[in-house]
Design a binder for this molecule. Structure first.
Ligand code: NAP
Length: 244
């Protein structure tokens, strides 16, 4: 594979899908990862091809250490390299602390935090060999500010920020940058679950006067994936319309 290869986790839907489409427009070969939404992932690949880009979809659960390791090995054997890793896969299981079930806490930590660790752990070694790489982790404003009803989610995203800053320091001399993008409120299936009252409350806190859209986030990711960001590492780019 002569083109640079970008792997985007959870890229069938929402923010990940837009990131995959925009990276393909920049000329990267894109691997669209998904865990459940087969049809959406295939549609994303089709969209990229219609736009004149190249992509494929690969199914794996980011929370499964062994599965990620096996898929990383298979992808590298076939394509030779993965140069850009975007850890976008994420879930919410909102509840107040007092009512939060153990499964709700574990599921969110395992997907959002451990999932980010798993892919970094298994793909960074190939970037080290290539002496070039870009890792972009999608955090959240909740991980920076905290958010009632999201103790599990906020902890997972604060963890992603810690992971990002630490690994950035480990890999900085090896030509690999590691940064996070922390979106504010973005309209996707994830935020569809919010009540109108909750949405109004959030909107009132956004100085820009509007919610984010998926391309606001994708634009930041595309920049961090590029050569132009080579001296930026260990940073959290907050894309939130001034909310924080
Ligand atoms: P979304 O529309 O619900 O999409 C989530 C994506 O994650 C789906 O493509 C889903 O794919 C994938 N996913 C979930 N579990 C997975 C697993 N175990 N392995 C692989 N993929 C998995 O959510 P979104 O709003 O686009 O969110 C994308 C990222 O942005 C998340 O990390 C989220 O926390 C973050 N974020 C979103 C907002 C917002 O306002 N929307 C704000 C801040 C941060 P499958 O359907 O195939 O499972």
């Amino acid at each position: 594979m002569e083109k640079r290869v970008a792997l985007v986790t959870g890229a069938g839907r929402g923010i990940g899908r837009e990131v995959a489409i925009e990276l393909a427009k920049e000329g990267y070969y894109v691997i669209v990862n998904y865990a459940h939404s087969d049809t959406a992932a295939k549609e994303c690949v089709e969209q990229i091809k219609q736009d004149g880009g190249e992509a494929e979809c690969v199914k794996f659960d980011v929370a499964d250490f062994k599965e990620v390791e096996e898929c990383a090995g298979e992808i590298i054997k076939r394509l030779g390299h993965v140069d850009i890793l975007v850890n976008n896969a994420g879930i919410t299981r909102d509840n107040l602390l007092i009512g939060m079930k153990e499964e709700e806490f574990d599921a969110v930590i395992n997907t959002n935090l451990k999932g980010t660790f798993n892919t970094m752990r298994h793909f960074a070694k190939f970037m080290l060999k290539a002496k070039w790489g870009r890792i972009i982790n999608i955090a959240s404003i909740s991980g920076v500010m905290g958010n009632p009803g999201q103790a599990n989610y906020s902890a997972s995203k604060a963890g992603v920020i810690g992971l990002t800053r630490s690994v950035a320091k480990e890999l900085a001399r090896k030509g690999i940058t590691v940064n996070a993008v922390a979106p504010g409120y973005v309209e996707t299936e994830m935020t569809e679950a919010l009540s109108d009252k909750a949405r109004e409350g959030i909107m009132a806190q956004i100085p820009a006067g509007r919610g984010g859209n998926v391309s606001d986030i994708a634009n930041a990711v595309v920049f961090l994936a590029s050569e132009k960001s080579s001296y930026i590492t260990g940073q959290v780019i907050e894309v939130n319309g001034g909310m924080h």
